[in-house]
Design a protein. Structure first.
Length: 534
């Protein structure tokens, strides 16, 4: 609970009404300069570099700093304060309409950590806004130190998540867009009904390519005899085929062509291939039973809202094993067992034998880069983390090692497991243990509602979608100050679909300002759509 703040008011020498905090001692502590608070705020904002396009002000006070930021910059602004009654007192004391009626400003009063993070993630885009800066009103934040410290932590967490997403977007934004656009043409070409035919599979095995899979093959074959439906990660496919196991479905989510090595030398014409719609278009023809699903890309979500025939799978875990679990959930699994889900390196081994990485390294090796050196570089490319339970790790003589990405993947899988009311187990292995079969936590997220795919050819509707989508991009208004807030709901939805591509354009041409960046992204998007329509 935020400490109750009481304000008194007095005039500065420049005639501005200044709030001051009434202290228990009977004295008051002014929040701003008693000489000229407007000039003080303007000097503060002028001292900040031009690349900052997003401000977070901690403490509303007299609103002088947010007002100066509005006047001096085109930045987006979030103001955070606590104690609703004291904020109401401020709003009753003077006219804040210049700030609060501006579409670039949001005032958050007594926000939760999630509200802070969600507001930042929804409104801050590094490619459009540039840098982000937090500015505390010191006199105010010192009076509610605990609340503002939590707010700062929430801001930092949001920025870290956005930075991670933006980094990925800047590398893959153009490739994602190009792949999705080209895949739209292929939709429905095979006329498959995989998702309809396999709904309500009661027993499902999810197979990843961790080193433990080598020792679990016999157990996996027993599950086949028990009529388990086998969902394979693309990384595990060559391992399974090498061991005489034909999976019932293979899932692939990577947009990079290096994933082709998972399929190289594998006959999968009659194995259903379940592809993220942002997958390389060449993958679709590898199987006569290929199907696309919708993932988290904003263009993919827009397609889902416009066209029938898709299911939406959860790829937020960042790895294909996580998405396989989402597919198993969609198919109505009553029992799920994981094989090869190690999320760690075991005895210096990164993948099960037969995975793509070994022939890939063999092909690339030379006198200066033998296979062993390449494998070692992969193993040590990220620092190993200390074990979470050092005593148990030493007692059990464990030989698995985790990196930050692998631990993140494991934690995300554990979170998802705890939201699924399905019996989930893991075949005995040597990797990092995945917490499962705990008491289910309350899932506050709404249940995912899947559109049932229609068994019809949708190629023509895919072309119509692209033509309309191209026209919608071309119709986006030219850049103006406060661009996003001036877009209507349809325009904002369309603009959001090209934001990952915009991040990639910004990485390629960092000198571009907002206006030129948006026009370049729009032109590139239209060109790629027109090429796909040829």
């Amino acid at each position: 609970m935020a400490e109750k703040i009481r304000y008194t008011f007095s005039l500065s020498k420049s005639g501005e009404k200044i709030p001051a905090i009434a202290l228990a001692s009977g004295e008051s502590q002014s929040l701003h300069s008693m000489i000229d608070p407007i000039r003080e705020a303007q000097r503060l904002i002028s001292s900040i570099t031009d690349d900052i396009g997003f401000f977070i002000f901690l403490g509303l006070g007299g609103g002088f700093a947010p007002a100066a930021a509005l006047e001096k910059t085109n930045a987006q602004i979030i103001v955070i304060d606590f104690d609703r009654e004291s904020v109401r007192c401020l709003l009753d004391s003077k006219d804040y309409s210049k700030i609060l009626n501006c579409g670039r400003v949001k005032l958050l009063t007594d926000p939760s950590d999630e509200e802070i993070k969600n507001n930042i993630k929804e409104n801050y885009n590094p490619s459009l806004n540039g840098g982000i800066k937090t500015i505390p009103l010191r006199t105010r934040t010192e009076q509610s130190q605990a609340e503002f410290e939590k707010a700062v932590l929430a801001v930092q967490q949001a920025i870290e998540e956005i930075s991670g997403d933006y980094s990925v977007q800047s590398y893959f934004g153009i490739r994602w867009f190009s792949n999705i656009i080209r895949n739209i043409i292929n939709i429905g070409k095979n006329g498959n009904d995989f998702f309809l035919k396999n709904k309500k599979n009661k027993n499902i095995a999810v197979v990843a390519a961790g080193p433990s899979l080598d020792r679990q093959i016999t157990s996996l074959k027993e599950k086949i005899n028990e009529r388990y439906f086998i969902i394979s990660c693309d990384t595990a496919l060559p391992v399974l085929l090498h061991n005489g196991i034909k999976p019932d479905a293979v899932v692939s989510i990577d947009c990079q062509h290096i994933s082709y090595y998972h399929f190289l030398g594998c006959d999968i014409k009659d194995i259903p291939l379940i592809l993220d719609i942002a997958s390389p278009p060449s993958f679709y023809d590898l199987s006569a039973s290929s199907e696309f699903f919708i993932s988290g890309h904003p263009l993919a979500r827009y397609i889902y809202s416009c066209m029938d025939g898709f299911i939406q799978l959860d790829t937020s875990g960042g790895n294909v094993t996580y998405t396989c679990l989402s597919l198993a959930e969609y198919l109505g699994a009553g029992n799920i067992i994981f094989f090869g889900a190690d999320f760690s390196y075991i005895n210096s081994q990164t993948y099960a034998k037969g995975a793509y990485i070994y022939p890939y390294f063999d092909k690339k090796q030379s006198r200066h880069a033998p296979l062993e050196a390449q494998a070692s570089a992969l193993l040590y490319r990220s620092a190993f983390l200390p074990p979470e339970d050092t005593e148990k790790f030493q007692k059990d003589a464990c030989r698995y090692y985790e990196t930050s990405p692998l631990r993140f993947y494991r934690k995300k899988l554990e979170e998802k497991i705890n939201t699924i009311n399905t019996d989930i187990t893991f075949a005995k292995g040597d990797g990092a243990p995945v917490a499962h079969n705990k008491q289910k936590i309350k899932n506050d997220k709404p249940e995912i509602k899947y559109k049932e795919p229609e068994n019809k050819n949708r190629r023509f509707s895919g072309r119509i979608f692209l033509e309309q989508y191209r026209d919608d991009i071309m119709m986006l208004p030219a850049f103006t100050d406060d661009y996003l807030s001036k877009l209507n709901s349809k325009e904002r939805q369309i603009f959001t679909t090209i934001l990952p591509l915009t991040a990639a354009v910004k990485k390629r041409s960092p000198q571009l300002k907002q206006k030129d960046l948006i026009e370049e992204a729009k032109n590139l998007s239209v060109n790629k759509i027109e090429k796909a329509l040829l």
